[in-house]
Design a protein around this ligand. Structure first.
Ligand code: ZN
Length: 204
């Protein structure tokens, strides 16, 4: 399945900022009072087409604000278009979504199928009839990630968690995996296989 998404990231990168309360004229406090948001550095838009195929696996491995910032620096904001970018990405909501993605990915590694709700994420999904059959268009990066994760789940992708205890990252195995990993692979990379071996050797 193809999922065309032209997305943007800021040429100056992104930074984390505390969310400040917004007071209206009547002095009512609006919005989320606590937490952080990720805002763009005010550069120009680098328009690009994300390689979405396995990006949801990377997103599922995001569990801290630092990891989220790294992801956003690489791929842009998750839900904000270039016009909306000044409102930034709410860190708490984005990490919730990454955690939900992790639960879906865990189900693909052999766990039970979770019941997830991602409010608003695919609400504006467009289905376009083209010469290649049905095409799905996502309004933003987060929706596109969910679209691909859902397709992988429906298509029977096989995922596994790295057996190296310090890693535990999720990776894909089997004939369609990229980079290609054997169906019985236990580690995300050769390095972690070696490290785990030497770790085992050093234990009494
Ligand atoms: Zn690993």
């Amino acid at each position: 399945m193809e999922s065309p998404l032209n997305w943007q990231r800021d040429s100056n990168g992104y930074r984390v900022q505390p969310i400040r309360p917004v007071a209206s004229a009547s002095n009512t406090i609006l919005g989320n009072l606590t937490g952080f948001r990720i805002v763009p550095g005010g550069g120009r838009a680098i328009v690009y087409r994300p390689r979405l195929d396995r990006l949801f696996v990377q997103f599922a491995n995001v569990s801290t604000m630092t990891e989220l910032l790294k992801f956003v620096n690489r791929y842009g904001l998750l839900t904000r278009t270039w016009d909306e970018r000044h409102r930034g990405e709410n860190v708490e909501l984005a990490l919730d979504s990454a955690q939900n993605m992790k639960r879906l990915v865990d189900s693909l590694t052999g766990g039970s199928i979770p019941k997830l709700s991602e409010p608003g994420v695919v609400a504006r999904l467009e289905v376009v009839l083209s010469t290649n059959g049905l095409q799905f268009r996502a309004p933003n990066l987060l929706s596109a990630l969910w679209l691909h994760a859902g397709t992988a789940a429906a298509g029977g992708s096989q995922l596994r968690q790295c057996a190296y205890p310090a890693c535990r990252k999720v990776f894909e195995v089997g004939p369609n995996s990229r980079p290609r990993r054997r169906g019985d692979a236990k580690y995300c990379c050769h390095q972690h296989q070696e490290r785990h071996k030497s770790l085992k050797r050093s234990l009494p």
